[in-house]
Design a protein around this ligand. Structure first.
Ligand code: ADP
Ligand code: NI
Length: 224
């Protein structure tokens, strides 16, 4: 099977499986990460087939919802790609990347050590910030019944991936626990550039959110 056919088949499998996912990891998240990874790879290099496959498969098992996600992902990726007769070397590269992709609370050092993986991590992180990042984060919070915000509950600096996974507070905290950290964790020059606008947009969003929360506009009208 040629590379294009393999990609088409993988896309078909993922579209079917992730169509109705509602925690921000739906097919459209996968599609955005795939497209962004291709764009970054055009600027930064890397084996495009590996970039595309690993981008498409990066969320096949999520460590927040599956206990042994790394193992589950590896088995599923091997099954999908070997059914499509993909080379063993490529399967190993994709698995290597996917197992190192996730954020996991910034508690652990980034283990990504290949260009294609650094690109996918950037593409995934870009989708976690900016307007879409904000929307995904509130969708996730809603799904888990979390408050939008609670002024007395402060953000946590996580000491382990497990703590990151298990701790549920209000959604505004997630900005400080992850989203606002991502701009400085981008790997590639292209990723760093693309992160800037999205970061600034989140800062603006938060400022407006606190202003509305604290009734700033009513106060300014009152003093007129
Ligand atoms: P990665 O995809 O790098 O593993 P996560 O799975 O931790 O990162 O998070 C993916 C997205 O899910 C986040 O960018 C965010 O939108 C949402 N999310 C994860 N944890 C939380 C949380 N505690 N509160 C709100 N949103 C969250
Ligand atoms: Ni993702």
């Amino acid at each position: 099977m040629n590379n294009l056919k393999v990609l088409e088949s993988v896309i078909e499998i993922l579209k079917r499986e992730f169509a109705n996912e509602s925690t921000g990891h739906d097919w459209f998240h996968i599609e955005r990460v795939w497209k962004m990874a291709k764009f970054i790879a055009q600027k930064e290099g890397g084996d495009l087939f590996v970039v595309e496959l690993a981008a498409l498969l990066h969320d096949i098992a999520d460590h927040k919802f599956v206990d042994d996600a790394d193992e589950v992902a590896e088995i599923r990726i091997r099954k999908i790609l070997s059914d499509l007769k993909v080379d063993e070397v490529i399967i190993q590269k994709v698995n290597h990347i996917v197992s190192r992709c996730s954020f996991k609370g910034n508690a652990e050092e980034n283990k990504m050590d290949v260009l294609e993986g650094l690109i996918i991590q950037d593409a995934d992180r870009l989708d976690a910030i900016g307007a879409i990042g904000i929307a995904r984060t509130f969708a996730f919070g809603g799904k888990f019944g979390n408050l939008l915000y609670h002024p007395d509950i402060k953000p946590t600096k996580f000491s382990s991936a497990k703590e990151y996974r298990d701790k549920r507070t209000h959604t505004i905290n997630h900005f400080y626990e992850k989203l606002l950290l991502l701009k400085d964790l981008m790997n590639t020059e292209t990723g760093k550039k693309l992160a800037l606008d999205r970061h600034v947009f989140m800062e603006k969003f938060l400022n407006q959110f606190y202003d509305e929360w604290n009734a700033k506009s009513e106060l300014s009208l009152e003093s007129e």
